[in-house]
Write a protein that binds this ligand. Structure first.
Ligand code: TEU
Length: 607
């Protein structure tokens, strides 16, 4: 690609599609802007001339560099979906710090998780994902690891972990851990040695720049401020994309890759079934760590992100980890890949590519043109369109992850509609879609209780390093009240409050038993349906607040009818020869607010 390339050709290339789709998403614009012939036939050079003032000098250099880095195209989608346990499984994410506090010290722990394994088994969970439990100073609640082979004493001991793993397996469940290898804590031995001894083998494990008078580039941290720490005494700088205590590992260094692979094999050797891989798409940085493009940095909110979110050696590193560590143990991998579009995700997860099994993409978690730190009403019509896009285009050799909450986001029910009278209906509507759409469901702890956001009163109530950084940044231009209001809308702490079943939980929102029972029933229903797990997907209706779709395989047909809003809607009436299996209301011809109906074809005989 070059400046003579037409917009339509760029949009038709995998990486070009993702880059343009991301820009449109951030701007809240429709793809119609690009697909109309007038714009589509413009060359990049023409657009550069027209928008030079807005885009700045090197915008197209940055875009073309990214475009031309990737020379592969995603493999074609095969006719059918291959079988795998992780396509049939329902996963459940546990954030150990707030799940179950068995010793009443205010922090969840491993023995608490053990005490809830029967509950999780009964709910229908097949696999657990544990957020980090390793030794850590807890600057980012464990995503800052100081010893990959140690257990944080807040959570318990290695013996507790061994017991947890054994009890999980006894119940026929699996357990995946959180692999955080884009960075380590600054209290990790590797970093402490590297900082003190420039001749140490660990010096090359990180990004140090000696003797510079100012930060080596303009990159900013996800947790506010520069992405560089300055060490006066050692006259050096070191890179951290996240908190000041989370130091980026240099994956160009072969010893880093070797030590990470060793560590992965050590955990897999203990019987762990796989890993969720934290910001794994950030591990390959553009050589020389060049300045980020100002237009892109402003648009994305993070300067420099285009220099590392889909780096030049990403696929090579992922293949190496897969071949050396995961494949020998037939271990499962799901990468956390913020910012990757669908085509990039295909290149990272298509089965033939032998990189990751699945990824978490996050573009469905905010309505286009909005950001997490913004108090707005999330539009489920966007969620519908996003899930249809992935169901129809991600391919049978790739597997969508289905989730609407995690430990990094406010609770989805509150984002859609904070009016308590809709809490139960919304919880069940979200579950209906999560357990009948094509893909693998990931339940976040408390989804099955219909949990909502917490009414924090002040910044002092918050624990999250990201939120505190954001608050400090906002105070430069806003009053404390204005700054807190913005942080409250998006703080990750909403998802990290001690669950209400704990004696000392600050939040006595009663778990909704009816919702929990619904989760059990619909998870059970999904488990018995090959059409849902492996079947086709067909849209029957998609209009304002309406989403009606059908799943089918070998004569089994499941039809799902949803009302995505609060106004009563006409139900789908063409379900002749079907029987209702789940329904939120009794009037066959309509759907109540956030109503749903799941039908099963009558004449189907299970093989
Ligand atoms: O999160 C990375 C990530 O996608 C979010 O942190 C996002 O980049 C950020 O909130 C800006 O929108 C992973 C973990 O899930 C998160 O808990 C950690 O804080 C982070 O990486 C660093 O390890």
């Amino acid at each position: 690609m070059n400046r003579a390339s037409k917009i339509k050709d760029v949009y038709n290339s995998p990486i070009g599609h993702d880059i343009i789709a991301r820009i449109l998403l951030q701007l809240g614009k429709s793809e119609k802007l690009i697909t109309n012939p007038l714009v589509g036939n413009l060359t990049l050079g023409m657009v550069e001339k027209l928008l030079k003032k807005q885009l700045g000098e090197e915008f197209f250099d940055a875009v073309l560099k990214l475009l031309n880095t990737e020379t592969d195209v995603p493999p074609k989608s095969p006719e059918t979906v291959s079988k795998a346990w992780w396509k049939e499984a329902v996963f459940y994410q546990i954030y150990p710090r707030s799940f179950v506090d068995s010793d009443n010290d205010g922090i969840g722990d491993l023995r608490g998780i053990i005490s809830k394994l029967d509950y999780l088994k009964d709910l229908g969970v097949d696999a657990l994902w544990l957020s980090p439990i390793y030794a850590s100073p807890m600057d980012d609640n464990g995503y800052d690891i100081s010893d990959y082979r140690g257990i944080n004493s807040d959570f318990g001991t290695m013996e507790d972990f061994d017991e947890l793993l054994s009890e999980v397996h006894k119940r026929g469940m699996r357990l995946i851990m959180d692999l955080v290898v884009n960075h380590t804590s600054d209290e990790h031995e590797w970093f402490k040695t590297a900082l003190k001894d420039k001749s140490s083998k660990y010096r090359d494990y990180y990004f140090f720049r000696d003797g510079a008078k100012e930060a080596p580039n303009n990159w900013t941290s996800f947790f506010s401020g520069s992405a560089w720490n300055h060490y006066e005494e050692e006259d050096t700088w070191a890179l951290h994309l996240f908190s000041k205590k989370q130091m980026d590992l240099n994956w160009e260094c072969e010893n880093v890759r070797h030590d990470v692979i060793d560590m992965i094999k050590w955990w897999l050797g203990k019987g762990v079934d796989g890993f969720r891989m934290d910001v794994i798409n950030y591990i390959s940085k553009e050589a020389g760590l060049p300045d980020g493009n100002p237009f892109i940095g402003t648009l994305m909110g993070y300067m420099g992100i285009e220099k590392y979110y889909y780096g030049p050696r990403l696929h090579e590193y992922l293949r190496e980890i897969r071949k050396e560590a995961f494949d020998p143990y037939e271990a499962f991998s799901v990468g956390e890949t913020p910012g990757l579009g669908m085509e990039m995700c295909k290149l990272v997860t298509a089965e033939e590519r032998k990189e990751l099994n699945m990824v978490f993409s996050f573009d469905h978690l905010e309505t286009p043109g909005h950001v997490r730190f913004e108090d707005y009403s999330y539009d489920l019509n966007y969620y519908r369109d996003y899930e249809i896009e992935w169901a129809e285009n991600y391919g049978n050799n790739c597997r969508t992850s289905l989730f609407y909450n995690n430990h990094d986001n406010p609770r989805m029910i509150s984002k859609i509609n904070p009016d308590g009278k809709y809490r139960r209906s919304l919880a069940k509507l979200l579950a209906t879609m999560q357990f009948t759409l094509p893909g693998t469901p990931f339940v976040f702890q408390g989804d099955e209780m219909a949990l909502v956001n917490y009414p924090f009163k002040s910044i002092d109530d918050l624990n999250d390093v990201e939120s505190k950084g954001k608050y400090g940044e906002l105070l430069e231009t806003k009053t404390p009240e204005e700054a807190f209001k913005i942080v409250l809308a998006g703080t990750r702490d909403h998802a990290r409050v001690l669950l209400p079943w704990n004696e000392n939980a600050p939040f006595k929102q009663t778990p909704d038993e009816e919702v929990t029972s619904f989760y059990k029933e619909i998870i059970d229903f999904r488990r018995a349906s090959r059409a849902i797990i492996y079947g086709d997907f067909k849209v029957h209706r998609r209009s304002k607040d309406i989403f009606t779709y059908e799943r089918s395989l070998n004569g089994e047909h499941i039809l799902v009818d949803c009302n995505l809003g609060t106004t009563q809607r006409k139900a789908y009436l063409k379900a002749i020869g079907y029987e209702p299996v789940f329904e939120s209301g009794t009037e066959a011809d309509r759907l109540s607010a956030y109503g749903y109906r799941v039908w099963r074809k009558l004449d189907y005989e299970k093989p």
